[in-house]
Ligand binder design. Structure first.
Ligand SMILES: *Cc1c(COP(=O)(O)O)cnc(C)c1O
Length: 377
């Protein structure tokens, strides 16, 4: 099955009972048993629900793993994955991971005795020195927000094997349509499905896929114990979103190419950050491990004042957090997602005051370019 077909025919197609071509929403909490313990595979919807299971089978197939899991948010997926570890364990992280990942590790999981170290994983030589006797995993995000730094998944997996560590990849930005980390040696891939997989800014969800039976059993145990599950209606919405992931990603990327061409030729724009650009430090690795570069772009307009002016003037780029949906979104990391980082540290990381991040949507490209044109002046 090819990629776009799999998005539609992967997992469990339709409903056997009725022939319905879309999986029904099983809005149910419990299931009739013929005798105590004798049931049709479902007992209670925290443990398993047919709509959620259809979604879990779908993401499992798309990422090429052995078992999939649907959670109530990307953060619930990440937190539950961390619950595979024990007090006294340690995990190495990409230093510019999603802010919520940093927060849960440094203000929640640390209280439970699961420690973390943050290093620039796009520079392989920084990883090994961070590995301790109690290290159990390397958690990478690639590419990252907002500078789109790229980490070599295969190289990290090779290193991890030498040390008996799991490799966990946050694949939210590139999506399984363009990048499948399990094929590059990772053990766990996870998503904020709130973004491209849902794709319509109407559902908050998280997905995890593993490629090992025992790891799957362990994660199901955590999911059933902690209860961070996705409800049946949101599971259905997510399956509906995933069916069009392919055409959306193609369109997102096509629009992004044209937005970048425009930005690069605009005198106000000092620099454009996008892994698809040959001068981007992660370009070669991105080209090797993904079949597309996505639709997240950052560019520097020189000052906070200019950035603010652009934000005020745009009509089709909506000022909002989040990313990955049909509508174009715009934000200023220094004032929004990265506001809690001290300015000096931010500048050290390359996140200037005039840096603007856009999530390019799938509106008509002529409208998007005209909009940027009038906003940039
Ligand atoms: C949004 C996001 C998350 C968190 O997901 P939620 O669905 O908001 O809980 C995790 N990782 C990345 C890369 C994200 O963009």
């Amino acid at each position: 099955m090819r990629k776009k077909t799999q998005l539609i025919h992967g997992g469990i197609f339709g409903d056997k009972e009725t022939g319905a071509v879309s999986t029904p929403i099983y809005q149910v909490s419990t299931y009739k048993q013929e005798a105590p313990g004798q049931h049709s595979g479902y007992e209670y919807s925290r443990t398993g629900n047919p709509t959620r299971f259809a979604l879990e089978e779908l993401i499992k197939d798309i990422e090429g793993g052995t078992r999939g899991f649907a959670f109530g948010s990307g953060m619930a997926a990440i937190t539950s994955t961390m619950m595979l570890f024990n007090s006294g364990d340690h995990v190495v992280f990409t230093d510019d991971v999603y802010g919520g990942t940093y927060r849960v590790m440094t203000s929640v999981m640390n209280r439970l005795g699961i420690d973390s170290t943050f290093v620039d994983t796009s520079d392989l030589s920084q990883i090994e020195p961070a590995i301790q006797d109690n290290t159990k995993a390397i958690f990478i995000e690639t590419p990252t927000n907002p500078l789109l730094k790229v980490t070599d998944i295969q190289a990290v997996s090779d290193l991890a094997k030498q040390h008996n560590l799991l490799v966990i990849v946050d694949n939210t930005f590139t999506t399984p349509y363009f990048q499948n980390p399990l094929k590059h040696g990772a053990d766990v891939v996870l998503h904020s499905a709130t973004k491209y997989l849902g794709g319509h800014s109407d559902v908050v969800a998280g997905l995890v896929v593993v490629n090992d039976e025992q790891l799957g059993e362990d994660l199901h145990y955590v999911q059933n114990s902690s209860g961070a599950i996705l409800g049946p209606h949101d599971s259905w919405l997510l399956m509906r979103g995933i069916k069009t992931l392919g055409i959306r990603m193609e369109e997102h990327e096509q629009n992004t190419k044209e937005v970048i061409q425009f930005l690069q030729n605009h005198p106000t724009v000092k620099k454009v950050f996008y892994p698809g650009l040959e001068d981007h430090p992660g370009h070669e690795i991105a080209k090797k491990q993904s079949s597309g570069f996505g639709a997240m772009v950052s560019f520097d307009v020189g000052s906070a004042e200019k950035a603010e002016e652009v934000l005020k003037k745009v009509r089709y780029f909506t000022l909002a957090e989040s990313l990955g949906a049909v509508e174009s979104l715009i934000s200023v990391p220094a004032k929004m997602t990265h506001a809690s980082i001290p300015r000096d540290r931010r500048l050290e990381l390359g996140i200037s005051d005039g840096l603007i991040r856009v999530s390019v949507g799938i509106e008509d490209i002529e409208d998007l370019i005209e909009d940027l044109q009038q906003a940039l002046g």
